[in-house]
Design a protein around this ligand. Structure first.
Ligand SMILES: *[C@@H]1O[C@H](CO)[C@@H](O)[C@H](O)[C@H]1NC(C)=O
Ligand SMILES: *[C@@H]1O[C@H](CO)[C@@H](O)[C@H](O)[C@H]1NC(C)=O
Length: 113
C-alpha cells in the first residue's frame, strides 16, 4: 500500500513536471506552473494566460497548497490516462471525475520504513 501510494505520487509528480499538451521546452516563455480554471488540468503557461490560475501557491513544509479565499486548500488529483500508448497520470486541481485520485503534491518522496 505504501509502495502503491508512492508509485502514484511519483507518477503524479512526473506528470506535473511534464504536463500533457505542449511541453514547456517548446516555448521558453511557458514556464509558469498553473492549472486551467475550467478543467483543473495542470500546465506550464505564461503571465498573460487568463484561463489559468498561476498564483496563490503556498508551500507548508514540502507540501503544496493553494490560497483559496485566504484558506490553504489542497485539492490535487491524479487521473489515469494514456498518451501515445504510455500510461500516465494527469495532475489536476479539484477534478471530480470518478477516476480522479486525491493526491498531495510534495517536493519530497515519502520516507521508507
Ligand atoms: C510562446 O507562447 C506565447 C503564449 O502562448 C506566444 O505568445 C509566443 O509567441 C510563443 N513563442 C514562441 C517562440 O512560440
Ligand atoms: C472545488 O469545486 C467545487 C465546485 O465547483 C467548489 O465548490 C469548491 O469550492 C472547489 N474547491 C476548491 C478547494 O477549490
Amino acid at each position: 500500500m505504501l509502495f502503491q501510494t508512492f508509485a502514484i505520487l511519483a507518477a503524479a509528480l512526473g506528470a506535473a513536471a511534464k504536463p500533457l499538451g505542449r511541453p514547456a521546452s517548446e516555448n521558453a516563455s511557458a514556464s509558469l506552473f498553473g492549472f486551467d480554471k475550467d478543467t483543473g488540468l495542470t500546465k506550464f503557461t505564461d503571465l498573460g494566460d487568463t484561463s489559468a490560475t498561476t498564483t496563490g501557491f503556498i508551500f507548508f513544509g514540502s507540501m503544496l497548497f493553494v490560497d483559496v479565499d485566504h484558506k490553504m486548500e489542497a485539492a490535487w488529483t491524479a487521473r489515469p490516462t494514456v498518451v501515445d500508448g504510455q500510461s500516465l497520470f494527469e495532475v489536476g486541481w479539484n477534478v471530480t471525475a470518478d477516476d480522479a485520485i486525491p493526491v498531495q503534491l510534495n517536493t519530497r518522496a515519502p520516507m521508507h520504513e
